[in-house]
Write a new protein. Structure first.
Length: 343
């Protein structure tokens, strides 16, 4: 680890009042290092992650998802300001969708959380998904660890809100919150069952606009959860927690305290039954598996023999001369054969 990295780490873990601006700057620089695809930067990032591991795992990781326009950013700002007033430090990882054409991202969450972004006890990091499925950026998990090492005790992950792929956040947070609009009950058939099954709490936002509609949505979604047989903690029934539906108004900051009380009840129950630790362990295992699979995919694509054969095989598949499953087995056979020779 070079001197510049050591200095950044020193600034990262210094949570004294006089050093908070330096700390947030160090955190931003280290996240940028994590997100780099350069091999030299990845080696440095690995060394830094190993250094901070003892300082991680002590935050409450909250995942928030919902369709665009449901008010995720408004809720997060209201919640963040409330938590800071309660003595917490809040990190927000706001994931924005990337263009499949240019790779660009809007990254507007910081401008939508103006009050929260200027607080010295808050850190907001917008990051593009860069084509990563699951509604989260590729380095979200590592970024959570950095935020925890910096002393942020509440880490909020806001996902892109694009539908079925919005389930990956449940595999990296302690509580998964799904947001809906007051008219959600009228369009219940459009709600993705896979996402609903993972929700620990469903929030009906903008309830002040139409209280009657909000009550109907609350009742219908609660009934739907019961029919689905959904349980939180990725199916862990030992937690004894039933998903709840709660209506609030983030814009008017109505119901924020009650929402946080529900979150605390959830975590207390998870700790009591041991489900919290089990969830974290399951997440760590999934993280390991995902990185191994990603590494194998990269190694496969970069393999010389595969690179030479792939264009011809792809053309045969496109022209209907070769079944995709047969083509895949042939390419994998080439990969394994050459890998064994190298070994």
């Amino acid at each position: 680890m070079d001197l510049s990295d050591k200095q950044l780490l020193k600034e990262l873990v210094d949570s004294s009042l006089s050093a908070k601006n330096l700390q947030r700057r160090a955190l931003a620089k280290l996240i940028t290092l994590l997100e780099s695809t350069l091999s030299a930067h990845q080696s440095r990032a690995d060394a830094i992650l190993n250094q901070i591991i003892p300082l991680t795992g002590k935050s409450f990781r909250l995942g928030i998802s919902g369709v665009p326009g449901v008010g995720k950013s408004t809720l997060i700002e209201a919640l963040g300001l409330y938590l800071i007033a309660q003595g917490h430090r809040v990190a927000v990882l706001a994931i924005d969708p990337s263009s499949t054409v240019s790779g660009g991202s809007i990254l507007g969450d910081k401008t939508r959380m103006e009050q929260l972004s200027i607080s010295e006890n808050a850190f907001i990091r917008p990051s593009p998904t860069a084509g990563n499925l699951g509604g989260v950026a590729e380095k979200t998990r590592e970024t959570i660890l950095l935020a925890e090492a910096a002393g942020f005790d509440v880490v909020i992950v806001e996902t892109v809100g694009v539908g079925q792929s919005e389930i990956a956040v449940a595999n990296m947070t302690d509580m998964f919150v799904l947001m809906h609009l007051p008219n959600a009950g009228d369009d219940l058939q459009a709600i993705k069952k896979g996402v609903m099954e993972l929700a620990d709490l469903v929030l009906i936002n903008k309830a002040d606009l139409d209280q009657a509609a909000a009550r109907r949505a609350q009742s219908m979604i609660a009934h739907s959860l019961h029919l689905i047989g959904s349980f939180p903690s990725q199916g862990d029934m030992a937690s004894k927690w039933q998903p709840q539906v709660f209506a609030l108004s983030a814009l008017k900051q109505e119901g924020i305290a009650q929402f946080w009380d529900l979150a605390k009840q959830f975590i207390a129950g998870q700790n009591k039954t041991g489900a919290f630790l089990g969830r974290r362990q399951k997440q760590a295992s999934a993280w390991l598996t995902e990185h191994i699979e990603a590494g194998l995919k990269l190694k496969f694509r970069e393999h010389t023999a595969i690179a030479n054969q792939y264009p011809n095989t792809l053309e045969q598949v496109r022209s209907g001369q070769l079944a995709p499953s047969v083509a895949a087995r042939q390419l994998l056979a080439i990969f394994h054969s050459n890998s064994e020779k190298v070994g």
